[in-house]
Design a binder for this molecule. Structure first.
Ligand SMILES: [Zn+2]
Length: 224
């Protein structure tokens, strides 16, 4: 079995981040820790930080970083992540959060191996997102170039494949601009610490995965 790995994956929407995180998780046999999922799970489980986070969310307030970090720590300190590592997806989102995450991971004795930024031009992201179609039942993703076999009926479940209402050009542009504003300082933060590698998110998903694995394995070889 290949050695596990501790990674943060960044990338604007349309870069295929979710798909690549799942593939990397399978390759390195580590949990794919998506912050959206762990938030829902910790609220449901009624964990210490989950309860606090829920109070903010129910009040329609932004959950403070200290609580977000608490939720992330609860997940990363579970046995699978401690033993094998993790692919962190959707966190951190700001340089402050990156700093807090770094401190927490060092304190827990599990520092990051690497941060990967899946790079795609804003223009390509817009094209990909505008072409995206999603099964309204099982959320399988299609595109105008990769349609289901029969009309717009999902190959997996027979559900209706539609364009999401927030995938309009205007909404996509707004999301991409928000991402740039938030993430540019984060990328700078990791770059200054030499722990960021940028990966071109073009070509087939297999080609992108190969590029990522090469970058990760090269970094680990260098560290001996
Ligand atoms: Zn479906």
């Amino acid at each position: 079995m290949v050695r596990g790995v501790r990674l943060v994956i960044l990338g604007r929407q349309g870069a295929g981040k979710g798909t690549q995180c799942m593939r990397l998780a399978r390759h390195y046999v580590v949990p794919h820790v998506s912050t959206g999922d762990i938030f829902r799970a910790s609220v449901k489980a009624g964990s210490e930080f989950g309860i606090q986070a829920e109070e903010y969310m129910q009040a329609g307030k932004l959950v403070p970083d200290a609580i977000v970090i608490g939720v992330v720590r609860e997940r990363l300190c579970q046995r699978d992540a401690k033993a094998r590592g993790f692919i962190l997806d959707g966190f951190p989102r700001t340089a402050d959060q990156a700093e807090a995450l770094d401190e927490m991971l060092v304190a827990e004795g599990m520092p990051l191996d690497l941060t990967l930024d899946l790079e795609i031009s804003e223009e390509d992201a817009l094209t990909r997102l505008a072409a995206r179609r999603v099964c309204s039942t099982c959320a399988t993703i299609y595109s105008t170039a990769r349609r289901p076999a029969i009309d717009w009926t999902c190959d997996n479940c027979g559900g209706e494949v539609v364009q999401r209402h927030d995938d309009t050009e205007e909404a996509i542009c707004k999301r991409l601009a928000d991402y740039n504003e938030l993430t540019t300082p984060l990328i700078e933060w990791y770059t200054e610490r030499h722990s960021l590698v940028q990966i071109g998110a073009y070509g087939t998903p297999d080609e992108v995965l190969t590029r990522m694995v090469r970058a990760i394995d090269a970094r680990r070889c260098n560290e001996g």
